[in-house]
Design a protein around this ligand. Structure first.
Ligand code: 0X9
Ligand code: ZN
Length: 297
């Protein structure tokens, strides 16, 4: 049985998504956001309850687990899926019904499986680069200002190798084309760990986007909601990644904002004091993220 008191390998996460799509087949379905180097699908769940309206609902996209070792991100994301599907709380059912959700708990499933079975601190993809080394940082590989800040061009770099060219990785390339095909995407939310921060575009420059003040306002509301259920430590931000964390180029958030003009783009750096955040704390992180999503919309 799937739960939120343990971390699961990718097959079990995918089995959970598949089971939920069958149990709630009237308003949820499995979706494929792309492909991986090892031939996996990037699997997600669409949640779109029936409505009386003729116009399609606005889409909210959730991208989680792009960095393999940040296990709290996929765990929290399946927790949130579970809340959307099963909660009787009127605020949560209203949030569920208002939007067409596309939720991907692990957009780097090869890397996640590798971190689960071989190298717990693995961050990158698993693509072949040199004879000795492999993998690129999928959050440095998107085609916007690629290869500049916090990026290396050394395939043997364990952390931030940007790849051989923009979208060299099949995961980022196929996911970007899936994202691009979505009409009416109003929000793109990405989950990482660990810093307890809410980051806004851009990561790559300190320039403020035209609706920066709005992003700060709704971001602040999101953090207020989160703080209500978890007073352990208030998240830093909202602020541009470039200003409150560090400049980094080639991230998904910057590409989505720049190439697609999506109005609401956020990156949450979840809690933790290491990548080994204990499984006993998944639930509290899940509740906090659920509240933070309620505070956004
Ligand atoms: O460096 C990153 O990619 C993220 N931090 S992490 O420690 N999880 O690796 C920050 C992401 C900020 N946004 C972008 N770089 N686009
Ligand atoms: Zn990360």
């Amino acid at each position: 049985e799937f739960s939120w008191t343990a971390y699961y390998d990718i097959d079990d996460i995918y089995k959970y998504l598949t089971n939920m799509s069958k149990s709630y087949s009237n308003w949820s379905e499995l979706i494929v956001g792309g492909k991986t180097y090892q031939g996996r699908s990037i699997l997600g769940l669409r949640i779109n309850t029936p409505s009386q309206e003729y116009t399609p609902k606005p889409v909210i996209f959730i991208e989680s687990g792009i960095h393999a070792r940040e296990w709290i991100a996929p765990a929290t994301t399946t927790y949130f899926i579970n809340e959307l599907l099963t909660s009787k709380d009127a605020n949560i059912t209203a949030l569920r019904d208002q939007f067409d959700w596309r939720i991907f708990p692990s957009v780097n499933p090869d890397g996640y499986h590798y971190s689960y079975t071989v190298d717990r601190l693995w961050r990158k993809t698993l693509s072949k680069t040199t004879n000795r080394c492999f993998g690129a940082d999928p959050n440095r590989n998107w085609d916007y200002n690629w290869g500049q800040h916090s990026s290396t061009h050394n395939p043997c770099d364990y952390q931030t190798y940007a790849g051989s060219r923009p979208f060299s990785e099949i995961e980022t390339r196929t996911l970007a084309s899936y994202i691009q095909s979505i009409d009416n995407m109003v929000a793109y939310i990405s989950f990482h760990s660990y810093a307890a921060m809410l980051l806004l575009p851009y990561s790559d420059s300190t320039e403020h986007v035209h609706n920066y003040d709005d992003l700060v306002k709704v971001g602040q509301s999101s953090l207020d909601y989160g703080y209500k259920v978890n007073k352990d430590k208030r998240y830093e931000g909202p602020g541009t990644a470039a200003e409150i964390l560090y400049k980094a180029s080639g991230g998904s958030m910057d590409w989505v904002r720049h190439a697609l003009g999506t109005p609401l783009v956020f990156t949450y750096e979840l809690r933790g004091n290491s990548f080994h955040w204990p499984p006993s704390r998944i639930q509290e992180q899940g509740d906090e993220v659920t509240q933070m999503m309620l505070g956004l919309f």
